[in-house]
Design a protein around this ligand. Structure first.
Ligand code: ZN
Length: 293
């Protein structure tokens, strides 16, 4: 993997910021600022867009309980207003709900809304006291459906074996170049959030791939700075981190975006607009968004 920047896929060197708005794990008992309802998720996404995010990674929750949900109608209540009010790139989850083994069709239901990106967790791992289960037949089905619907997989990598899995699926024609990786470093069960780990993972991904990084917890800023320096991209948000700094809860998702946008500006890699993001990631031409609703 070439690590020079700017790269062929990103001659401007601009930085893509993804905001992971809510996830399905963190609850309001640990942070009161986590969006639950579709309206709160939309509002937070718009704030992130205004702060410089070009992608939002979307989970939805049951508005009454705050628990994660794969209800397609709830996804629709987020996707529709964002398509009307913003030009954000939407990345919908296929991860399911923490702690529950959902039927595959429920996990893949958000693909019906034809987002430009969807998460593709390239293997199973212990997570949050359970197993985040992504067996081979699920990956095959998810990849096939993403190919059929024209949704680009965002390949989530918690450990190096997940890259090996993705490369095998690429060799089988199930995943198409250029691949886009999202490294998730610093969970208590997976690869650590260290520069050495990141360098190793980058050695494994094919030239021409794009990549972004999530540093969980105290790994957030160090990994973000690594991505800035090495031509990668950055994901922030309350799905991944509830603390803005040591012992201080983040007040909003946008607060995280604002900090990274400021760092990027000072560093000399200004943030990419959603349109620039589509070019960098090789997403298909923007569709008539309203026709997809
Ligand atoms: Zn997620």
């Amino acid at each position: 993997m070439s690590q020079e920047q700017p790269s062929n896929t990103n001659p401007s060197g601009k930085l893509i910021i993804t905001a992971a708005i809510t996830g399905s794990r963190n609850m309001r008992d640990i942070s009161p600022h986590i969006p639950y309802t579709p309206e709160e998720i939309v509002q937070s996404s718009i704030e992130c867009w205004n702060a410089g995010a070009s992608i939002v990674h979307i989970h939805v929750r049951d508005p009454r309980t705050g628990l994660g949900s794969q209800d397609l109608d709830l996804f629709r209540r987020v996707v529709e207003p964002l398509r009307v009010q913003t030009d954000l790139v939407l990345c919908l989850t296929t991860s399911g709900i923490a702690g529950r083994n959902l039927p595959y069709q429920d996990r893949l239901a958000p693909l019906d809304l034809k987002p430009e990106l969807a998460s593709f967790d390239a293997g199973s791992i212990n997570l949050g006291g359970g197993v985040f289960s992504n067996p081979p037949d699920f990956l095959d089905q998810a990849a096939e459906m993403m190919l059929e619907t024209g949704v680009k997989p965002e390949i989530e990598v918690f450990d190096s074996g997940m890259i090996i899995t993705a490369l095998r699926m690429r060799d089988q024609g199930r995943l198409l170049d250029p691949l886009h990786f999202q490294f998730v470093l610093g969970t208590p069960w997976g690869a650590s959030a260290t520069p050495r780990t990141l360098l190793y993972l980058l050695d494994l991904i094919p030239a021409g791939s794009t990549w972004s990084i999530i540093g969980i917890g105290k790994g957030h800023l160090p990994m973000s700075v690594m991505a800035l320096a090495m031509g990668g991209h950055i994901r922030v948000g309350l799905e991944d981190n509830i603390y803005y700094s040591r012992g201080v809860l983040a007040a909003s998702n946008a607060q995280f975006v604002e900090r990274i946008a400021a760092l990027a500006r000072d560093y000399g890699r200004p943030v990419a607009s959603p349109q620039e993001t589509r070019t960098i990631l090789g997403l298909s031409e923007p569709k008539n968004q309203k026709s997809l609703i």
